[in-house]
Design a protein around this ligand. Structure first.
Ligand code: PMV
Length: 324
């Protein structure tokens, strides 16, 4: 329901970040992926008619990001994924008005936590709210994907799906379904502090797989087995085997060339501090590491160890209690 701020009608929207448990990169080549929403790492958007001036940079954690979309928008203003998604929404809804969107983002950008999809999802929801449009999940997903394709090239859609999901998902070939989780554990996410650029990382993996078709088949088949066994362990609440699966997937990602010495150091630190397993999450070559731990004090211990080992920020996310 849209509301008024200082006498001006405005719409609001929200979306959140994501952590890929397993399947980054291989999902681009046909395997499934398992991803968790990060409801506490949210993006809030406010949309109102009109607006002038250029966009204010790119989305940044803890900072406002503003852009203007629609008819007669500011010429030469650089596009971003969220703005492309809103432009497409306005076109589909035949709204010929200029709209200003202001985003407040809790998520650090370019860390593999899905900030661009979350910004696009929140922005489109705010514009839909402003114009009293009801947008179903499938239509919203398509719009966010327009922004993702602009920002990342051929995005698999796992980020867009999880930014809009309320619980863990099994994502395969463009379709998401809720995933049963019977595991009472924690995901500790640690930011290496280094930017992770999705498009070049995806392009490098694609080249590597194309150079060695046999190797590619082996890696993708093994990835699929790991992802399936992880889903079974999640449902059955088996943390120790799931942790080992994360480590095996990290080996595959290292083979694909997207790990770094900083990521490897954080994985080792998490294991020394008692984590069941750990791996990079997202596109890699920077970005974040995800560790699976017992909940409570064990998670806090792993989080502290990750900070001592160089993580610039950590978050603890329970695997339990999210709707599936
Ligand atoms: O953009 P990121 O870092 O959140 O990761 C996207 C996941 C990839 O599998 C690397 C790309 C994709 O489109 O699925």
């Amino acid at each position: 329901m849209n509301s008024h701020r200082a006498g001006v009608v405005c719409g609001t929207g929200r979306a959140h970040g994501k952590a890929i448990l397993l399947g980054e990169h291989t999902v681009v080549h046909g395997t499934p992926a398992i991803a968790f929403p990060l409801p506490t790492l949210a993006v809030h958007a406010v949309a109102q008619p009109g607006g002038s001036g250029a966009s204010t940079g790119v989305p940044q954690a803890g900072r406002q990001f503003r852009f203007v979309a629609g008819a007669d928008r500011v010429p030469d203003d650089p596009s971003s994924g969220p703005r492309v998604a809103v432009e497409e929404a306005l076109r589909r809804w035949e709204i010929r008005e200029r709209v200003e969107v202001v985003l407040d983002c809790d998520l650090p950008p370019a860390r593999g936590l899905g900030s661009s999809a979350a910004c696009a999802g929140a922005a489109v929801r705010a514009v839909a709210d402003l114009y009293d449009r009801t947008v179903g999940t499938a239509a919203l997903y398509e719009l966010v994907q327009c922004g993702e394709q602009f920002a990342h090239g051929r995005a698999s859609g796992v980020d867009a799906s999880t930014a809009l999901a309320t619980g863990p998902i099994w994502f395969h070939a463009g379709t998401a379904r809720p995933l049963a989780v019977g595991l009472d554990a924690a995901l500790v996410i640690a930011d290496t502090g280094a930017a992770s650029a999705t498009q070049p990382a995806v392009a490098a993996v694609r080249e590597q797989l194309a150079r060695d078709p046999q190797g590619a088949q082996r890696i993708l088949h093994h990835a699929e087995e790991l992802i399936e066994s992880a889903a079974a362990d999640l449902a059955a609440g088996l943390a120790a085997p799931l942790g080992r699966t994360l480590l095996e997937f990290q080996d595959l990602l290292r083979e694909l060339g997207v790990s770094t010495p900083e990521i490897d150091a954080l994985v080792t630190a998490a294991l020394h501090a008692g984590a069941y397993g750990a791996k990079l999450t997202g596109a890699g070559r920077g970005g974040c590491v995800l560790a699976l731990t017992e909940p409570g004090s064990a998670a806090a211990r792993v989080s502290a160890a990750l900070r001592r080992a160089g993580a610039v920020q950590t978050w603890i996310v329970p695997t339990h209690g999210m709707p599936s």
